[in-house]
Design a protein around this ligand. Structure first.
Ligand code: 6PG
Length: 469
């Protein structure tokens, strides 16, 4: 049985097991614990000699090198509190508990304070990349006490994905910074997934392309500037046969998207911070609409769709889809980064956005070639207020926004819902409108509620006794 382990893992499901094997591959000794004895057995059967599973927290704690580092990979919510409750009695001052699940950052805040009463450190760390990422190199987003992080840094840097020799992990900031960054990662993930889904809808219902062609096009795009993990897996999905029928699997999957809520959390917090993230909001709304299958079926009967056939240049439109998707992806990252920049000020995380973009270049779900440019943009200007104002990205958008407009005009004309594209375009057009009709909103508020307004020619707040109708 192993002893003096470098790290303890609580939760030996697929993610926990894979993470443990990943650390072990890099020469670290890993002790594991799960309440499910079958999972402990499977863990002990792993060929690596430097991993060992235990059936109790007490044994796990005894097998760890001091000061202890204990990492949990359990579902967010009550299970995290339950593990903390169970672990704390076996921990000593200075020990570190790491929550590597998708916890809400406010829960992380609460837990940091709770374990601090016992002199323990608590680290909220986002881990992205799914099962394969955990096994062969995820993107890791740690936040919390920096000195405690230094102890696990070598393990994390070894286990993380690497891009150009750089590990996709870095200390992000105090307290819940890590979980906050992961939450926003997921918000962007929702937006990009919705944009890709709308692209597919236009390819399928408007252009009538078959799955092979969709597979080919996404495959080709993944070899160009649009290269991204989500584009890559989209291509692969369209070639996957169904084992139970002669169809492609994609055609037998129900059109109702599920969600665990992290995308929604991003939008909720962005609302609190008053940062507009309309593409992310729309992605959540469309998941919700997708889940209302019965309502949509009734809707289709009431308002039979009159999808118009495509009469334009097909290859030209496929190019517009590519560049339109590319531009809207950039706008989605820009919205996510705007949330991070505001949150960093409000919650005092002191985030370095170039680091965030850098560790998202590999291992995580939203990894994409464009993150090189995004990371360079923040390296050039760490305080960049709006990502797309960076000269290089501005040029990219200048070139490709006409494609977005084409996609939106075409989709709307054909009666195909493309809300993430349309919203991204409206966000862009709003951003470059030095004047917006909000003067009227101010006037209306003052008219019906004496809420006052400001003037453009004088300082102060004003109220008017408005003419009645
Ligand atoms: C990742 C993913 C991961 C998970 C999401 C799915 O970065 O590896 O984001 O965290 O797959 O939780 O989220 P939904 O269930 O909300 O779609």
């Amino acid at each position: 049985m192993i002893s003096n382990a470098d790290i303890g893992l609580v939760g030996l499901g697929v993610m926990g097991r894979n993470m443990a094997l990943n650390f072990a591959d890099h020469g670290y000794v890993v002790a594991g614990y799960d309440t499910d004895s079958e999972k402990v057995d499977t863990f002990n059967k792993a060929s690596e000699k430097n991993v060992g599973g235990f059936g109790s927290m007490k044994e796990l704690a005894a097998a760890l090198k001091k000061p202890r580092s204990l990492m949990m990979l359990v579902p967010a919510g009550k299970p995290v509190d339950a593990v903390i409750e169970e672990a704390v009695p076996y921990m000593d001052r200075g020990d570190l508990i790491i929550d590597a699940g998708n916890s809400h950052y406010t829960d992380t805040e609460r837990r940091i304070d709770k374990v601090a009463e016992k002199g323990l450190h608590f680290m909220g760390m986002g881990v992205s990349g799914g099962e394969k990422g955990a096994r062969y190199g995820p993107s890791m987003m740690p936040g919390g006490n920096e000195e405690a992080y230094e102890r696990v840094k070598p393990l994390f840097e070894a286990a993380a994905a690497h891009v150009n020799g750089e590990p996709c992990v870095v200390y992000l900031g105090k307290r819940s910074a890590g979980h906050y960054v992961k939450m926003v990662h997921n918000g962007i993930e929702y937006a990009v997934m919705q944009l890709i889904a709308e692209t597919y809808d236009l390819m399928k219902r408007l252009l009538g392309l078959d799955n092979d062609r969709v597979h080919e096009i996404f495959g080709q795009w993944n070899r160009e500037e649009l290269a991204a993990y989500l584009i890559e897996i989209t291509s692969a999905i369209f070639s996957q046969p169904d084992e139970e029928s002669s169809n492609r699997l994609i055609d037998v999957i129900a059109d109702e998207a599920k969600q665990k809520g992290t995308g929604m959390w991003t939008c909720q917090d962005a609302m609190d911070l008053q940062v507009p993230v309309p593409t992310l909001d729309m992605a959540v709304a469309m998941r919700n609409l997708s889940a209302l299958k019965k309502l949509r079926e009734a809707g289709q009967k009431r308002f039979p769709a009159s999808t118009r056939a495509f009469g334009g240049n097909r290859e030209g439109f496929i190019q517009d889809l590519k560049y339109g998707l590319y531009a809207c992806m950039i706008l989605s990252y820009a919205q996510g980064m705007a949330v991070l920049s505001s949150a960093s000020r409000t919650y005092k995380y002191n985030l370095r956005l170039q680091d965030v973009a850098r560790i998202w270049r590999g291992g995580c779900i939203i990894r994409a070639a464009i993150l090189d440019d995004i990371s360079e943009a923040y390296t050039r200007q760490p305080d960049l207020d709006m990502l797309i104002f960076d000269d290089k990205l501005r040029e990219v958008l200048d070139r490709h926004m006409p494609s977005v407009r084409k996609v939106v005009e075409t989709g709307i004309g054909a009666g195909i819902p493309i809300p993430a594209f349309a919203t991204s375009l409206a966000y862009f057009d709003g951003l470059r409108s030095a004047w917006l009709p909000a003067n009227l909103i101010q006037a209306q508020r003052d008219y019906f509620g004496s809420h006052t307004y400001e003037r453009i020619d004088r300082k102060g707040t004003f109220h008017t006794n408005w003419n009645e109708g």
